[in-house]
Unconditional design. Structure first.
Length: 427
């Protein structure tokens, strides 16, 4: 607790802006595609505007002489944010696009300004930790609600459990992915700290607690992220132990999936539904057809999927479904080729740096995020959507990667020898 208080006590204005943005992301209401495209404004919109406005003022108060930080993915993401905001001009729903683009752009500016600080690497790590702390607290609130108010903090399921852990501000899939992400980051820090370190036990408890969320939420993507993340970390830090534990455990799990655990993984769905990734392939087919309508500039940032759903009725999906569940397709639907050619290199650079660090066994608590970044982008919006924990951790972590990489390649300037001191014994 003392460590947490010290951490909070060092918060600066940019971190307050960061927290305001996260508070804004949970101020939303489920809407149909028609409602989202209508441009109507309600109380939740006003709440988000207030939080984004507060964040903007806090960021503006830190701006002095403008300077490019040269952080490769951050510069590209700033350009992407600019394209997203510009797409308001041709968006099918200017109100929705302007709000989502503003959130993303302000988040990039928070990281941009943080990268200019003298202690930028430390501050970027704090942004990373704040993103996980804030959203981890939301998960714990959801867990408490699941116990005391299950009708509000769950979704019905025909799987192993009759209800999936969820929240009014977070879907069951998001709960599973976020819980798995926090768990593998905490587990990485357990492996990085030496035995006997004071915080090692704390991270171990965090890893165990949040590892339970993917199972309570019955999220297949979250369970996969947890399994792959833990396996990769064990192979990098404890290869001999991984050989004895991880691979036999995965083999046993595979056998169980064919028997007792199959109902848990299937969640009451038939094998055909699982083969189509819970209908995602149908969404992707519709998205590809929608991209052809406006391939160069898209339908407007953040509402590409909604535009598809408004034009085509997809049986078997709820009216409030908000995306086509694939980040690459969502970028192409929203901002077209114009946005994609800026966004894609940033993502490839960040994922490539994460894989490189995994290969050399460094910065594992940040590098392991490659697993949820890729999984969430392929199976949901992930890095191709609007502001969420995936994009937040990506901005902070990849900018940290860029600064450390540049520092490692910076030539060391030879220092002149110190001036000779006079011999005090000379007369």
């Amino acid at each position: 607790m003392n460590g947490l208080l010290r951490f909070a006590g060092a918060t600066n204005r940019l971190e307050l802006a960061w927290l305001a943005l996260w508070a804004g992301t949970i101020s939303f209401a489920q809407r149909t595609a028609a409602e989202s495209l209508s441009g109507a404004i309600d109380a939740t919109h006003l709440q988000r505007v207030a939080f984004v406005g507060l964040a903007t003022l806090l960021v503006a108060s830190t701006i002095g002489r403008l300077r490019l930080p040269r952080s490769e993915p951050l510069t590209l993401m700033l350009l992407y944010g600019g394209v997203a905001l510009a797409s308001t001009l041709w968006s099918a729903s200017p109100v929705a696009t302007a709000g989502k683009a503003a959130e993303l752009l302000v988040a990039v500016l928070v990281v941009w300004q943080t990268a200019r600080l003298p202690d930028a690497p430390l501050r970027l790590l704090r942004l990373f930790d704040w993103a996980l702390l804030f959203n981890g607290a939301l998960l714990l609130v959801a867990l408490a609600g699941y116990v005391v108010a299950p009708t509000l903090f769950s979704e019905p399921s025909v799987g192993f459990f009759r209800h999936q852990l969820a929240a009014p501000y977070m879907s069951a899939n998001a709960v599973a992915v976020l819980g798995a992400t926090i768990a593998i980051v905490a587990f990485a820090r357990v492996l990085l700290l030496r035995p006997g370190h004071g915080r090692r036990a704390t991270y171990a408890i965090i890893a165990l607690v949040f590892a339970g969320f993917p199972f309570l939420a019955q999220g297949r993507t979250g369970i996969a992220i947890l399994a792959v993340g833990v396996s990769v970390l064990m192979l990098r830090r404890r290869p001999s132990l991984a050989t004895l534990i991880v691979f036999p455990a995965l083999a046993i799990l595979g056998v169980m999936l064919l028997t007792e655990l199959s109902s848990f993984i299937l969640r009451g769905q038939n094998p055909t539904q699982v083969e189509t990734l819970s209908g995602r392939t149908r969404l992707w087919d519709a998205a590809i057809a929608g991209i052809a309508d406006s391939p160069w500039v898209g339908a407007g940032f953040g509402i590409g999927g909604r535009e598809v759903f408004a034009k085509e009725e997809l049986l078997g999906f709820g009216e409030t479904i908000s995306s086509v569940h694939n980040g690459l397709l969502e970028v192409l639907l929203g901002t077209g080729v114009l946005g994609f050619v800026v966004w894609a290199p940033a993502v490839l650079w960040g994922v490539g740096q994460g894989l490189r660090l995994l290969a050399v066994n460094r910065e594992l608590d940040l590098a392991i995020l490659v697993v949820p970044w890729v999984a969430r982008t392929v199976m949901s919006t992930g890095l191709g959507g609007w502001l969420d924990p995936m994009i937040g951790t990506f901005l902070a972590a990849t900018t940290y990667f860029a600064l450390r990489r540049r520092a490692a390649h910076r030539p060391v300037r030879p220092q002149p020898p110190p001036p000779l001191r006079e011999d005090p014994r000379r007369p």
